[in-house]
Design a protein around this ligand. Structure first.
Ligand code: GSH
Length: 313
């Protein structure tokens, strides 16, 4: 996997051990500035540009936030191709996978614009500030919260009184579900896989139980916590169930989670952020470890537009 060191992209991480274990990791703080009312990054329409990939679940939560708050015209987007190459996330010269902001051919070119030189992974999403010509943040959790809190005067997705509950759910969802599917799919030993998959499905059982008596995760209304769970649910049956061996059950086997997922899908703007074929193209792209022939399965056939019982708005 590629890595950026002092602003220069390296196809292979030259020090993967130290990157994982110590010094190199310490140097990688990520880019975590914040948009605030007082600035220097103020919530101005037309000022920011998001770089995403449709298949990336972390990017998906930022797209969902933008969509449900109706900020499509306020924050522009470039979308990388679903399959990464040795250049990492790459773009076409034109068409839906072109970078409309910089005409970049790879996301690392955007990180290279950061000064002082960036050291760390070349991940999406990236939130770029046109005014100061730098990346504000490459941390999706921060991007979601800063958009929800500063671009929406009513703070509908993260109201102050619900933040403690939202954060409790966010922690569970992040560790055991969003990241849980990756811990299962990327496990290199049977033990690591067994423990990840057991914990993932225990967490899904907890959410299923909660949704039997609640419309959503917090306050019977749509919050940031729902937008952080939804990307994993949307990818579950088409990708994680097969590609990541998360196969103790499908999303469609959980009556409450499945109804809840369709109710979120039915919210205005959400369906436009969901691209099942691209999830398949991404998660089943050629990989020596997981899918050496790069064959993409045809199914499953799932009817996301079936009317849900609950209504979320
Ligand atoms: N903490 C980051 C993680 C983002 C992330 O890991 N994105 C993946 C794609 S789904 C990526 O770009 N990985 C490339 C790499 O690690 O080299 C966030 O939530 O924004």
């Amino acid at each position: 996997m590629g890595v950026m060191i002092n602003g220069v992209y390296h196809i292979e991480d030259p020090a993967p051990e130290s990157y994982l274990d110590g010094e190199f990791k310490r140097a990688v703080s990520g880019i975590r500035a914040h948009i605030t009312a007082d600035g220097p990054f103020t919530p101005d329409h037309g000022r920011y540009h998001l770089i995403v990939a449709w298949n990336c679940p972390w990017a998906h939560r930022t797209l969902l936030t933008r969509a449900v708050l109706g900020l499509e015209d306020a924050i522009s987007v470039s979308t990388a191709k679903p399959a990464r190459t040795n250049q990492g996330w790459v773009f076409d010269e034109s068409g839906p996978f072109a970078d409309t902001e910089f005409s970049a051919s790879a996301a690392h070119e955007i990180y290279a614009k950061q000064s002082p030189g960036y050291t760390g992974r070349v991940t999406v999403p990236i939130l770029w500030d046109r005014q100061s010509k730098q990346i504000v943040s490459n941390e999706s959790a921060d991007i979601v919260r800063m958009i929800a809190q500063t671009f929406d005067p009513e703070q509908r997705l993260s109201p102050a009184q619900l933040l403690p509950q939202i954060d409790t759910w966010n922690d569970l969802i992040h560790a055991r579900i969003n990241n849980g599917v990756y811990r299962a799919g990327f496990a290199r030993t049977q033990n690591a896989y067994d423990s990840a998959v057991t914990d993932l499905f225990a967490a899904l059982d907890e959410v299923e139980k909660h949704l039997a008596t609640h419309t959503t995760l917090v306050g019977d209304r749509l919050t940031e916590a729902d937008l952080r769970l939804f990307p994993t649910l949307a990818r579950f049956d088409v990708a994680y169930h097969y590609a990541f061996k998360c196969n103790l059950a499908k999303l469609t086997d959980y009556p409450n989670l499945w109804d809840y997922a369709r109710a979120i899908y039915a919210i205005e703007g959400v369906a436009e952020t969901v691209k099942f074929d691209i999830y398949k193209a991404g998660y089943f792209s050629k990989s020596e470890l997981r899918n050496p022939l790069g064959i993409v399965p045809k199914g499953p056939i799932v009817d996301w537009s079936a009317a849900p019982i609950r209504k979320i708005d």
